[in-house]
Design a binder for this molecule. Structure first.
Ligand SMILES: Nc1nc2c(ncn2[C@@H]2O[C@H](COP(=O)(O)OP(=O)(O)O)[C@@H](O)[C@H]2O)c(=O)[nH]1
Ligand SMILES: [Mg+2]
Length: 319
């Protein structure tokens, strides 16, 4: 394989935007590999083509039925003529092997549909944690022209909050007897939920779960009161209503100017992440180049103090 230059990236970007699924898969691999310089060329070309997809986050504890629900959501959106991409962030835990296989089997229902694209990505950090690559991957899928991009993450607590940072609409999924509303409230999940799906509504305890969520909401909510829906993902029950709720939330986002705010916050975060990664990389180069050693020598000999040393290093990095 030859070295990747800006021309290769331009061609890859063009093919991807034209709907070439192999180009899309390659671009996502590049995102996962995380080679910053190569990625920068690709993202530069794709970014102007984004902003059209509805980014929907599906989150909740392991086993609540997120993957089943995602598959059912895909079916409903397809029936409504929408193309859908799914990005599933897999937990790094080896014990999840069975669940992942289950995901593949379910998602297999959509395998022959060119309006559906499914990709799993490993979460490099803590369980369910979004790797830094997630926003870039969403950007790539957006540029590929999908109407809806679903991000499925396994998570409790922090992961939900992270999903809310990258999605336009966050669906927090719960199931009877699995992590109650009080627990969710403590983890700050109620604030990030735009829509609640109480899944496995065929089981006992769904009414109680709904009531608990309603009680928690009475204690306070923002400008948007997150609707609480009952679903039986395994039987595709309540999924049409869930799509309606997600659509209504998006309409509200646009109408109230909240989508613009969210995008601004997201851009701010992304710029900072990339800037920090760039600085860290340059700092590494400077270390290897021997500049750090030289400055360190001066500090060790008491010729300059550590602050002056740091200032010199920053000056070198900025050059
Ligand atoms: N009874 C019932 N089981 C469900 C429902 N939805 C999903 N399941 C089952 O719950 C298990 C976990 O589902 P999965 O989608 O893998 O959950 P995830 O870990 O949140 O992605 C599977 O065995 C599903 O078949 C539902 O609505 N009712
Ligand atoms: Mg799953």
């Amino acid at each position: 394989m030859g070295a990747m230059g800006p021309t290769d990236e331009a061609e890859l970007a063009e093919r991807l935007v034209d709907g070439d699924r192999r180009a899309l898969a390659r671009a996502l691999s590049r995102v996962e590999d995380g080679s910053e310089a190569v990625l920068a060329h690709l993202i530069a070309r794709l970014h102007p083509r984004t902003g059209n997809a509805a980014l929907v986050g599906i989150t909740g504890s392991p086993g609540v039925g997120k993957s089943t629900l995602t598959s059912a959501l895909v079916a409903v959106w397809r029936a409504r003529g929408r193309s859908v991409a799914v990005l599933a962030i897999d937990p790094s835990s080896p014990f999840s092997g069975g669940a992942l296989l289950g995901d593949r089997v379910r998602m297999g229902d959509h395998a022959l549909d060119s309006g559906v694209f499914i990709r799993s990505m490993a979460s490099r950090g803590h369980l369910g944690g979004l790797s830094w690559a997630t926003p870039q991957a969403l950007l790539v899928l957006d540029a590929a022209g999908f109407d809806v991009v679903i991000l499925e993450t396994v998570g409790v607590g922090q992961a939900e909050v992270e999903v809310a940072g990258v999605a336009d609409t966050t669906v927090v999924t719960m199931a009877p007897g699995m992590g109650d509303a009080v627990q969710a409230a403590k983890a700050g999940i109620l604030e990030v939920a735009d829509v609640f799906a109480v899944n496995k509504a065929d089981r006992d305890g769904a009414d109680r779960a709904v009531r608990e969520l309603q009680e928690m909401q009475k204690l306070g909510h923002g400008a948007w009161l997150a609707p609480i829906l009952r679903t039986v993902a395994a039987q595709s029950k309540g999924v049409d209503e869930l799509v309606d709720a997600i659509t209504e939330h998006r309409e509200w986002l646009v109408r109230e100017g909240v989508l613009r705010e969210r995008r601004l916050a997201r851009a701010r975060l992304q710029i900072r992440e990339i800037a920090l990664a760039t600085l860290r990389a340059r700092m590494g180069e400077v270390d290897e180049g021997g500049d750090l050693d030289q400055v360190a020598d001066l500090v060790a000999q008491r010729q300059i103090d550590p602050y002056e040393g740091a200032a010199r290093l920053v000056a070198i990095v900025e050059r």
